[in-house]
Design a protein around this ligand. Structure first.
Ligand code: MN
Length: 232
C-alpha cells in the first residue's frame, strides 16, 4: 500500500455467520419502495420503475448473532423510523447485468435496517433536495451477519418481520417484492458499475414507524435469524 498523508480510514466490514473472515464493504445501495403495500403507504400506485439511493459504507452498524446492537439516537430528528430489509451482498459485479447474471453475483444475505430520519427525509422531498440527511447518517445501516448464498439459497421467499418492544410493526414476505432482488440489481447495474463488496438494501414492507430511546427492535427474516437493536 502507498503512503497516505493522514492515517488511512478503516474500511467498513460485515461479519460472516460461522466464519472468522469478514466481508469488506465497498458501497451501500438501497432500493426505494419495493413492496407494494409500503409503496402505497408512501403514496405510489402500481409497478413503477425501481429507484435507488445510497448510504456511506461506514454507516453499517454490525450486530453479532445473539447480541443486542446499540444505535445511538441520531441528532436533529424527532421521527426516527425503522425499515426492515433483506440485504444482498455482492461477491462480483458488472454493468448491464441480466437478472440471471445479477443473481450469480450475490455472495450472501443478511438482515438489515434502513434507519430513516423521516422528518428530514420529508423536508428534503418537499424542497426537492437530496435525501442524505434523512437516510445516510452515521449508524443508519444496522446489519446482522452475512449468510453465504451457498448455505441459504436465493432468498426469493420467506417471512420478513419487525417488532418493537415485542409488538409486531412490519410483516411481509420476500415474495411480495415489486422488483425481486435479481431484477433490482440488474436495473441498478444499468446506472452504476457494481463491484464485489457492494451491499444492496432491497426495500421494506409496510408498517414503518417511529422508535424512541430505550426501544428494542427485533427484525427477523426466515432463514437468517434475528437482528436485535436497542435505541440508545
Ligand atoms: Mn428502505
Amino acid at each position: 500500500m502507498c503512503d497516505t498523508v493522514i492515517p488511512r480510514p478503516e474500511a467498513a466490514t460485515v461479519a460472516v455467520q460461522g466464519a472468522a473472515a469478514r466481508f469488506p464493504v465497498r458501497r451501500i445501495y438501497c432500493v426505494g419502495r419495493n413492496y407494494a403495500d409500503h409503496a402505497r403507504e408512501m403514496g405510489d400506485s402500481g409497478r413503477e420503475p425501481p429507484f435507488f439511493f445510497a448510504k456511506p459504507a461506514d454507516a453499517v452498524l454490525n450486530v453479532a448473532q445473539g447480541a443486542v446492537g446499540v444505535l445511538p439516537y441520531p441528532p436533529l430528528t424527532q421521527d426516527l423510523h425503522h425499515e426492515v430489509e433483506l440485504v444482498a451482498a455482492l461477491g462480483a459485479g458488472g454493468r448491464d447485468l441480466t437478472p440471471e447474471r445479477a443473481a450469480a453475483c450475490i455472495w450472501g444475505y443478511a438482515i438489515g435496517l434502513d434507519m430513516t430520519r423521516r422528518d428530514l427525509q420529508g423536508a428534503a422531498k418537499q424542497a426537492g433536495r437530496p435525501w442524505e440527511t434523512g437516510k445516510a447518517f452515521d449508524h443508519s445501516a444496522p446489519i446482522g451477519p452475512l449468510h453465504p448464498t451457498a448455505a441459504v439459497g436465493a432468498m426469493a421467499q420467506g417471512a420478513i418481520t419487525l417488532s418493537v418492544n415485542g409488538q409486531l410493526r412490519q410483516s411481509g414476505n420476500l415474495s411480495d417484492m415489486i422488483w425481486p432482488v435479481p431484477e433490482a440489481i440488474a436495473y441498478l447495474s444499468t446506472l452504476f458499475e457494481l463491484k464485489a463488496g457492494d451491499l444492496i438494501y432491497t426495500g421494506t414492507p409496510a408498517g414503518v414507524g417511529a422508535v424512541v430511546p430505550g426501544d428494542q427492535i427485533e427484525a427477523a427474516i426466515e432463514g437468517l435469524g434475528v437482528l436485535r437493536v436497542r435505541i440508545g
